[in-house]
Structures are given as structure tokens and as C-alpha cells.
Design a protein around this ligand. Structure first.
Ligand SMILES: [Fe+2]
Length: 181
């Protein structure tokens, strides 16, 4: 009987390198990219015991909700277009918003909680790398605590290897801090 393989994350630098390399392949049209305004299009390009790699397209107003990656580390990079990202800052106890543009790479550890959305007309394309491969997605909201400061509240989790899995319907909705247009 072989011992069960221990799950571990590859170094972040390696995840960044892999995301960047695959993004270059996408720009070189080595992978097909589709856009679906009804449902965010995504495909897994690679999977092994240590890492999985996804290619995702985002039409206007397609986005996630505030989520974590079940303990996986990761990296993502924008191949084309622009993405707005809200990131929970546990020190400041607030969501910080950034715009990620073509070529930007974001690397993150297992505690990372974020929300990603395309608010522009042009379809955005991104490459996402997770290590160890995703097993669970966690969904969060931000609530005002009794001491007056904001806190992160986990609403639900879903066991899945799909980074685009939807949150349970009971907790689905716009991310906290997102201004409705
Ligand atoms: Fe994510």
C-alpha cells in the first residue's frame, strides 16, 4: 500500500512563472478562448498532483463574489482586458480595490480572500494557477462587528475543484463593498 501523497503548495515564484508562461501561450493563440455572456467561460488547461491551471474569460459585468480557495495558494495574470479585484486586508480590516491590467500578476497564499470582476465592455481574459489543486471554495461577506470594525464572515463552502463554482444560492449576491451600477 502506498502512503497517501501529502498535499503541499509549490513556491509562489513557481506559480507566477507558470501563470506567466501559460499567458504567453494564450497570447500566441496556442489555446482557444471563448466568451459567453450568459455564463463565465473557463477551461482547465493543466492538472497534476501539485498544480492546476485554468483559463477564464470575463465579459462585461461578469465576476465572482468574495471567496477564498480552500487553503490553496495561487497566482493569476491578466492576458487581455482589465479586471477589478477586491482583496480582504486582514490587518486593515477592509476590502482594498485594485485594477489588474494586461501583464499584471498577483500571487497569493492560502488565506487570500478576493472578488474579481470585469466592469468594462471589452472581454477580459486571465490565467489562474492553484497549488495544491483546488479542493474547496469558500464564500465570504464583510459585516460590521459589535466593536464597530468590519470583519470577514464565511457564509458557505463548496467542495469542488472548479474555481468558477457558484456559491450556494442562499448566499449568492453582490460582494460587500461593491457599488451597484
Ligand atoms: Fe479566486
Amino acid at each position: 500500500m502506498s502512503p497517501r501523497r501529502r498535499r503541499h503548495a509549490l513556491p509562489l515564484a513557481q506559480l507566477v512563472e507558470q501563470a506567466t508562461c501559460v499567458a504567453e501561450q494564450v497570447r500566441a493563440e496556442l489555446h482557444s478562448v471563448h466568451a459567453d455572456p450568459d455564463e463565465r467561460w473557463h477551461v482547465r488547461l493543466h492538472h497534476d498532483a501539485d498544480v492546476d491551471v485554468w483559463l477564464i474569460s470575463w465579459t462585461e459585468e461578469q465576476g465572482t463574489q468574495l471567496h477564498g480557495h480552500g487553503g490553496s495558494s495561487g497566482a493569476f495574470t491578466v492576458v487581455a482586458g482589465e479586471l477589478d479585484e477586491l482583496v480582504w486586508d486582514p490587518g486593515a480590516r477592509e476590502l482594498e480595490e485594485s485594477t489588474r491590467t494586461r501583464g499584471d500578476v498577483v500571487a497569493f497564499g492560502p488565506g487570500y480572500v478576493h472578488d474579481v470582476r470585469n466592469t468594462r465592455e471589452a472581454t477580459a481574459v486571465s490565467v489562474h494557477v492553484y497549488s495544491p489543486p483546488l479542493e474547496r471554495m469558500d464564500f465570504f461577506d464583510v459585516e460590521r462587528g459589535p466593536d464597530g470594525s468590519d470583519r470577514l464572515v464565511r457564509l458557505a463552502h463548496v467542495w469542488s475543484d472548479d474555481p468558477e463554482i457558484a456559491a450556494p444560492e442562499s448566499v449568492r449576491g453582490p460582494a460587500a463593498g461593491r457599488v451597484a451600477s
